[in-house]
Write a protein that binds this ligand. Structure first.
Ligand code: SAM
Length: 274
């Protein structure tokens, strides 16, 4: 019979031993049930845990073992410097997508800017940028009304974002953005990795034309939506960079390729001039 927080942590990590980071995942689930941070759990390791709480943790373990992502079980995921609510209607924001936020902030000054985040999902990119640059006007779009609702909840007190249900850039006039950022669906529908992603919305992951349909649409329409000194930054799959650079050059843009923190080709910046 498990009695203390520490023994529950050990048993949970063991039950999740097939995952990459069983101790971290165990602490996420237990912390969610007991409403404790990791450091609070360490400090209270010999505290006893009620049967109800133990049962609630085991219910989550069972779902996690069936493959439900931890972020959906606890309802949130950390991205940049905030936690974001996520539901099965929103993609779980990935650490590699922080490259887009990091690159945009590193390239920016304090001038007012007009920015659009295409396919905002949980709002992770738009909200991170809007919070870091209160003088910017950010428009966050998605084709899924449910995603926009969650993103609006995540925005809470952030006032410099407008929300729009829209199909990529079709709603916008020419030459209106300093920065266009997009992390579109880019996985080919036959990619075997999709077997591990069944709980996330297919509309956020899969794109036709071998994974390029949405990338192509954004690449061909970005040039006319940019202001003269503006740029597009777009995330893509690790094996899509050459094709994305070629597509952007064909659309009349100059490109710069970027790698993510694990060294994978992950994004391209495209400008009107070299
Ligand atoms: C890979 S997810 C990215 C979510 C979020 N930006 C992030 O980085 O975590 C792609 C998003 O694009 C949205 N999307 C798919 N097709 C779209 C379209 N035609 N127009 C606008 N958004 C679209 C999906 O609903 C989804 O939220």
């Amino acid at each position: 019979m498990i009695e203390t927080l520490e023994s529950l942590r050990v048993a949970t990590a063991k039950a999740l031993g097939h995952l990459d980071e069983p101790h971290l995942e165990a602490d996420l689930l237990i912390g969610h049930v007991l409403d404790l941070t990791r450091s609070q759990m360490w400090a209270r390791h010999d505290q006893s845990v009620t049967c109800e709480h133990q049962q609630a943790v085991w219910n989550l373990i069972e779902k996690r073992r069936r493959g439900v992502p931890a972020a959906y079980l606890i309802g949130k995921k950390g991205f940049w410097d905030n936690d974001f609510y996520v539901t099965p209607e929103t993609l779980i924001p990935r650490p590699e997508t922080e490259l887009l936020v990091e690159t945009i902030l590193a390239r920016s000054d304090n001038e007012a800017r007009s920015v659009v985040d295409l396919g905002t999902g949980s709002g992770a990119i738009a909200i991170s940028l809007a919070k870091a640059r209160p003088q910017w006007h950010v428009i966050a779009t998605d084709c899924m009304p449910g995603a926009i609702e969650i993103a609006q909840q995540n925005a809470n007190q952030v006032g410099n974002i407008d929300w729009l249900i829209a199909d990529w850039l079709t709603a916008f006039r020419q030459g209106c953005f300093d920065i266009i950022v997009a992390n579109p669906p880019y996985i080919d529908e036959t990619d075997p990795h999709l077997d591990d992603l069944v709980y996330e919305p297919r509309s956020a992951l899969v794109s036709g034309n071998g994974g390029f349909a949405d990338l192509n649409e954004i690449m061909t329409s970005a040039k006319s939506a940019l202001k003269p000194n503006g740029y597009l930054i777009v995330e893509h799959g690790f094996n899509q960079q050459t094709a994305v650079e070629n597509g952007l050059r064909k659309a009349g843009l100059y490109t710069q390729a970027l790698k993510d923190l694990s060294g994978q080709p992950r994004a391209v910046i495209a400008t009107l001039g070299a």
